[in-house]
Design a binder for this molecule. Structure first.
Ligand code: SAM
Length: 237
């Protein structure tokens, strides 16, 4: 690797590598044992997602799921007749999702890639959904994340997010963005306050923000109260 910084992307890549060098964690290892007691290994969709459909915010169209994992929300969208692109960097997660989709006899376009390395068609999605990926995105990549949303969402499209509440039971490091680089770690996932989410996504209209409902499993919906469930809408230009 050349290790020289000549442009902005070189700088971001250096920060990616410095963080990666300091971690033993890999998503493929995480998914290698499907029987582990991990809350989101269940196959049911997020309760907030189901509620958005029940409230009529959206009911069909083209959806992109970022960091889809083994596909529980992507499969739910497909069952509701959405056209679904679901992207995740972990091959193990994608294979599991493909197996689940074929068992349920639904069509999901699973894509194994880093969300920042895929060529999204401009303004092609009615909805972008992220359940638990954003809090694993390092602060220096947040600008890319916002660019992705603006570029790929149609005018008036929705963006729905579930992410760690600061200091929550399942994770949600209460550290500053600068601390990530002092510690060279995201501490298992960043936590957010409502104010911080409003600030980050200030160019979007905030339609709804609340804590996810805690739902005891097994259940046909998923919910843990240590996550925010937020729904945003892009403007019409
Ligand atoms: C906490 S898991 C959530 C999985 C799934 N959304 C769910 O709720 O069942 C986070 C997922 O984000 C994926 N991920 C994290 N950073 C990513 C990136 N830069 N590009 C693609 N996937 C990413 C991980 O591989 C992991 O599957």
């Amino acid at each position: 690797m050349k290790e020289s910084i000549q442009n902005y992307e070189d700088l971001l890549q250096m920060l990616d590598v410095l963080l990666q060098e300091n971690t033993q964690f890999h998503w493929n290892d995480f998914y290698s044992d499907r029987k582990k007691k991990i809350p989101f290994f269940v196959s049911s969709p997020d309760e907030n997602l189901v509620s958005y459909l029940e409230k009529g915010f959206f009911d069909s169209g083209h959806v992109l799921e970022l960091g889809c994992g083994p596909g529980r929300n992507a499969i739910y969208f497909a069952e509701q007749s959405f056209t679904v692109d679901a992207i995740d960097s972990s091959q193990k997660a994608i294979s599991w999702g493909q197996e689940r989709a074929s068992e349920r006899n639904v069509q999901v376009n699973f894509i194994q890639k880093n969300i920042f390395d895929f060529n999204y068609a401009k303004e092609s999605y009615d909805l972008i959904y992220d359940s638990g990926c954003f809090h694993h995105i390092a602060p220096h990549r947040r600008m890319n994340y916002l660019q992705l949303l603006h570029m790929a969402l149609k005018p008036n499209g929705y963006f729905a997010l579930t992410c760690f509440i600061e200091g929550g039971e399942l994770g949600g490091a209460a550290i500053t963005d600068w601390d990530v680089y002092r510690l060279r770690s995201l501490q298992g996932g960043l936590g957010f306050s409502e104010e911080k989410l409003r600030q980050i996504f200030k160019d979007f209209e905030m339609v709804e923000i609340r804590k996810m409902k805690e739902i005891e499993q097994p259940h046909h919906h998923f919910g843990v109260s240590s996550l925010w469930a937020a729904l945003f809408r892009k403007g019409n230009s």
